[in-house]
Design a protein around this ligand. Structure first.
Ligand code: ADP
Ligand code: MG
Length: 364
């Protein structure tokens, strides 16, 4: 890179996921905040059919202010991806170009689950966030819970059902996880397919709905408690934010409460907790981050019961990244503003890649 060259950051957004729209909003915010003295954004959008295109920063979105109607513009240049060559080919001019690092802002399957991370790894492009295995583990609520259980981290009771097998009866399900309980696709996010089940009829409908999104479905004990979240940022130093609280105004923190209903939830930052409880949760956030093989950033979500018991609910390896999302807001509490956060993430990304590049890849 020449003296004046900026680091070219591939912002990868959209994706073949039910969280496509959320991703576009995160991307828009990251691009707006990128330190353009240091970085040049290269906008790569993946449409819902999985096609990758190159976009202009100015007009890559349509209906950008509407969380339901926001979408990628039709003016992208289709791209061909070369594994092993670190480059992308524009299909309009056939010119190849490369990027110095990628910031995948993709939520859910085909983006947050290790698939895109694997592709970038093959291409030799540094990418922000968890590595392939950490991404895959963080996406799969079944595997995630088994690792947490193994590490002695408190989690609620759960059971797993596969689409190939006959689902348990309502009675059997209640016997395993109590009543009411939660039904979720194992691999999803943004509360898509997440349902609270109170009776047999809801049970029947819920499995149908959850199996629309995944072939593996998880049942979980209902944990009545406050929803507490912590941001972890790992780089030159490991930073864990004070806990924040989500106060959903719906029965639970559903997709509607998260993204559609503007008054669907209140965020309280920092959460009103004793210093001791706050410390306990922060330590648990770090332990969870490490147990689940995460890197660079993640948000860890908890339930805190009336009795003061802390349960880990889940980890998000690519948390919502809009300016008003919990993750950036929590780090703001540590004196790390949105722009500074993005800069630190990119710098850690490149540093990690350089370390890994020094590893031997053959015995001789
Ligand atoms: N076991 C549970 N007990 C109580 N509430 C739950 C439970 N599981 C999920 N919820 C509610 O549903 C929301 C979404 O579930 P979550 O597992 O976090 O899925 P996602 O990965 O889609 O965010 C949570 O924020 C919470 O409000
Ligand atoms: Mg969640």
């Amino acid at each position: 890179m020449g003296f004046m060259d900026k680091t070219r950051i591939g912002i990868i957004c959209g994706g073949r996921s039910a969280e496509h729209e959320v991703s576009l909003q995160s991307a828009k915010n990251v691009i707006d905040a990128l330190d353009n003295g240091k970085f040049e954004p290269v906008l790569i959008g993946i449409d819902k059919s999985g096609l990758w295109s190159l976009y202009n920063q100015q007009d890559f979105l349509l209906n950008s202010d509407d969380p339901q109607k926001i979408r990628l513009n039709d003016n992208g240049v289709k791209l061909l991806v070369h594994p092993h060559s670190r480059s992308f080919r524009r299909l309009d001019t056939n010119a190849d170009f490369t990027i110095d690092a990628a910031f995948p802002l993709l939520h859910g399957p085909f983006g947050e689950d290790g698939t895109v991370q694997g592709l970038l790894k093959l291409m030799g492009i540094p990418f922000a966030g968890a590595d392939v295995s950490g991404s895959a583990v963080g996406m799969d609520k079944d595997i995630m819970k088994r690792l947490l259980r193994d590490a002695g981290i408190r989690i609620g009771k759960f059971a797993v059902i596969n689409a190939d097998n006959e689902p348990p009866s309502y009675k059997e399900a209640v016997c395993q996880v109590g009543e009411p309980f939660f039904v979720k696709p194992a691999n999803m996010g943004s509360s898509i397919g997440v349902q609270k089940v109170h009776n047999e009829n809801e049970w029947t409908l819920s499995i149908k709905e959850a199996f629309k999104y995944d072939t593996k479905v998880i049942l979980e004990e209902n944990i009545t408690g406050r929803e507490i979240e912590c941001a972890v940022l790992d780089g030159a130093e490991l930073i864990v934010s004070p806990p924040g609280e989500v106060k959903p105004l719906h029965e639970f923190y559903s997709y509607e409460a998260k993204y559609i209903d503007k008054a669907g939830a209140l965020l309280e930052i920092p959460a009103a907790l004793s210093g001791e409880k706050s410390q306990e949760i922060k330590e648990l956030a770090v332990k969870t981050f490490k147990t689940l093989c995460c890197a660079i950033f993640a948000r860890v979500d908890f339930f805190l019961t009336k009795d003061g018991e802390v349960f880990v609910n889940e980890i998000n390896t690519i948390p919502g990244f809009t300016k008003i999302s919990m993750y950036p807001k929590l780090l703001d509490q540590c004196g790390i503003g949105y722009r500074e956060l993005i800069t630190r993430i990119i710098e850690s990304t490149i540093l990690r890649f350089e370390k890994e590049a020094k590893l031997k890849t053959s015995y001789y």
